[in-house]
Design a protein around this ligand. Sequence first.
Ligand code: NAD
Length: 256
Amino acid sequence: MYNYAGKRAIVTGAANGIGKAIALRLSAEGCAVALWDMDEQRLRSTLEELGEGRGHSAHVVDVSGVDAVKAAFAATTTGWGTAPDILVNNAGIGRLASILDVTPVDFDRTLAVNVGGTFNCCHAIVPSMRANGGGQIINMASWFGKSGRPNSLAYCASKFAIIGMTQSMAIDLSAYGIRVNAVCPGTIDNTDMRKQADAEAAKLGMPPAAERQHLIPLKRLGQPQDIARVVAFLISDEASYMTGQSINVTGGLWMN
Ligand SMILES: NC(=O)c1ccc[n+]([C@@H]2O[C@H](COP(=O)([O-])OP(=O)(O)OC[C@H]3O[C@@H](n4cnc5c(N)ncnc54)[C@H](O)[C@@H]3O)[C@@H](O)[C@H]2O)c1
């Protein structure tokens, strides 16, 4: 465990799946956590799980909207009275579709949430981190951001972009004590994204992830907590010489 007592973290997409696991982990480490998500009902139950006190809060926000992100940021920092130390850009969507069947609407929406959302949050929050003398940014990429994958045109484009943004920001922000890293999950179970991908794969005649576990060197699907552990490490001083990295957490499924 790390001790993040007194630190404040914003986690996007925190109502479910990987983001929720990250929020719970950072809370257990002593952080005050602001949960940002579109899903109001699940936000409320995640906030209940975190428990009252220590500055936890929940904010309904669509990260693809510039003004919505600014408003959530204002509400979050008004509650805390100061800037966040940690930003985890985790909110993301994806649909299985190749260039032959992706719609322009789906393509735009995937880029707007995954890339635009990461941009909007960094654009709104980084100036306050700089003014505060430093911070940590973690961006949720994917192994689909390191290699083209079947039926994943828009999603791959968005995750490649996130890795590029991570590297670019890492260089630009190093002078201000801000480290920027990305995590690249493999096949992570117990998420809505996994359920949706399995349902869409079935329509394409592809097997569900559980039936492909034997292809993973560690022979199991990942869990949201596997990702949360690595996020907690990257934020810590144990990772103080790491920036601009995109860390695979795939059970060995992807190694580059
Ligand atoms: N599950 C996997 O196998 C896997 C693999 C690689 C990467 N990832 C990435 O991990 C991240 C989390 O996904 P997950 O697997 O936990 O999926 P999930 O669908 O369970 O959770 C995503 C959360 O993001 C929220 N969200 C979606 N669009 C939003 C928006 N516009 N504004 C605010 N919140 C929004 C959803 O309401 C949800 O709570 C995503 O960036 C995803 O691309 C997941």
